[in-house]
Ligand binder design. Sequence first.
Ligand code: TXA
Ligand code: MG
Length: 359
Amino acid sequence: MKNGEGTMTTKYIKWTPEGGFDAGELSQAARTIREGGLVAFPTETVYGLGGNGLRPEASKKIYAAKGRPSDNPLILHIAEKEQLGRIARGVSEKAERLAEAFWPGPLTMIFEKAAVVPYETTGGLDTVAVRMPGHRGAIEFLKEAGVPVAAPSANTSGRPSPTRAAHVREDLDGVIDMVIDGGDVGIGFESTILDMTESVPVILRPGAVTKQMLADVIGEVVMDPALMSVGSGKPKAPGMKYRHYAPDAEMIVFRGEMEAVAERIRKQVRSYVRDGRYQADEIGILAAEETAGSYAEGQVVSAGSRRDGTVGKMIYGALRKFDELHVKMILSESFYELEQQEAIMNRLLKAAGQRTIDV
Ligand code: TXA
Ligand code: MG
């Protein structure tokens, strides 16, 4: 899954909530960024692949390491509010209120870019995406680096986003300079992206900061219509047009009432096996902890619990697990009852290439 030859030695360092960083390692990580190298780091959403966001060569390196199309812009990560004014123009009063309410946290806002931000970082756009991550280790690292850090998710393009350092290693070992291992992330899917350049702000990617939460602070907010249905218009976040978050296998999401969905998936497995289309162990089942035990056949991977809301945290790890199991077809339950359903179902449906069966 790695890109390129993977010829460099990637250095792994640790950050823990109790002990923080080793001071020498932190300054090495910061220096690596300032000098144009790449450092993967934990955030509260997913791991990011960081480079100096003001240096064109660093952004180019990020695209090369990920194997990502260079028209897909990067998010600039900042540690202090004062940095925003230097990289963005026309920051509105609404944006100020949102930053006050949700930063540091899983909200990315899009503004007109300032001249210092190179087009290599914004994928050629005149706008720039900015966020202040809600992770103490990330903030410490960004402060020490002292520059806005461009960081997409630290996976190779097309793979599920990394929620632990081991996922980063799978994709980028030998390709980047350093990885900061901060353990498992807290949220497990990427930040909400809100376009502040429109008179009514537009959600370009749903995340843990929901439409309602945004509306409570600034009033009207709309969803990019391209997110709502398949093939209707061009999404404004370039990244949303690619088949993304994808496991190696084909995937179908079954939608409907929980018990009926589980019953329908069991039937689907039986008919695949009976027809000789797949063997039972070539079929993956993505199930909530509560229903995982109800499948007698197929390789069941738990997506977490519906009751305690761990589904978000575990979803990308579960998709990676299916790659390891070498399944050919994944049948997935759906997760509409959770507060984060918008974001979670968006990622699942993208992983499935929008293939669904309504039960
Ligand atoms: O939670 C997150 O946002 C993570 C962590 C690492 O911070 N980052 C992340 O980055 O998800 P990435 O590159 O995987 O996704 C960024 C998305 C892409 O869909 C990209 O097209 C969109 O943001 N984006 C970035 N700049 C944009 C801009 N100026 N206008 C519209 N969309 C933009
Ligand atoms: Mg990504």
